[in-house]
Design a protein around this ligand. Structure first.
Ligand code: 5GP
Length: 225
């Protein structure tokens, strides 16, 4: 099928006109253990026109994490300084730690006409909706079952029993938030869930209101009729 499609495109040789569009704020949220982090990484790897927003956090770095790649790890006073200076687009306390989105990189990305991907919780998502509702597209990822969710939380060997307990408790409250999101994706199969997310992103990018260049294109057509 894909082979046939490729040939057709080659034969037609059509060069598609690039239509300017506004970048969007693509939010993925879920309770711990729904596989959101894997899906986030996949999207950044496979999609050119989207950049991941790297949060600041006061949480301790896990051994597998790299400062500046997964998070910017800060002390509480450092975080509070940024927050109080108004440098965060949104922030929240999750599992007893602070997490926040630095505003500057988001503004830069959107200005370039690129999309920005947020791996944030429901509190942060609410704040983004308050600030830029028409630019936000949100997806809530659900695990296929509670047993699977618990298994995934426990698999994170870096965390002790108390942390795991706290995460399970938070997950219970987070799970209730699915109704606040534009879309819900069930992560029962990684490839299928990724395909769902990709389809949502593609369709949202095509929305007329985001395709700012469509106005000029359509008006040019109309003027020539
Ligand atoms: P983790 O400690 O497992 O990396 O993240 C815990 C939770 O914090 C996840 O649900 C994640 O989405 C959320 N989170 C990460 N960064 C941010 C952020 O910048 N703002 C908000 N509001 N939540 C965040």
């Amino acid at each position: 099928m894909s082979k046939k499609k490729k040939t057709l495109t080659k034969k037609s040789g059509t060069k598609r006109e690039k239509i300017a569009r506004r970048g969007l704020m693509f939010v993925l949220s879920s309770p711990s253990g729904a596989g959101k982090t894997t899906l986030t990484r996949l999207l950044v790897q496979k999609e050119e026109n989207i950049e991941l927003s790297i949060s600041v956090t006061t949480r301790k770095r896990r051994p597998s994490e790299v400062d500046g790649v997964h998070y910017h790890f800060l002390t509480r006073p450092e975080f509070e300084k940024m927050r109080d200076a108004g440098e965060l687009l949104e922030w929240a306390e999750v599992h007893g730690n602070y997490y926040g989105t630095p505003a500057k990189p988001v503004e830069k990305t959107i200005a370039k006409g690129k999309d920005i991907l947020f791996d944030i919780d429901y509190q942060g998502t609410r704040q983004l909706y308050k600030k830029a509702a028409s630019d936000v597209v949100s997806i809530f990822i659900l695990p296929p079952s509670i047993a699977e969710m618990k298994k995934r939380i426990r698999r994170r060997a870096a965390e002790d029993e108390q942390t795991i307990k706290k995460r399970l408790e938070t997950a219970k409250h987070e799970l209730k938030r699915w109704g606040e999101y534009d879309y819900v994706v069930i992560n029962d199969d990684l490839d299928a869930a990724f395909a769902d997310i990709h389809a949502i992103l593609s369709a949202e990018r095509m929305k007329r209101v985001r395709r700012t260049g469509v106005v000029a294109f359509a008006k040019k057509l109309q003027s020539k009729l």
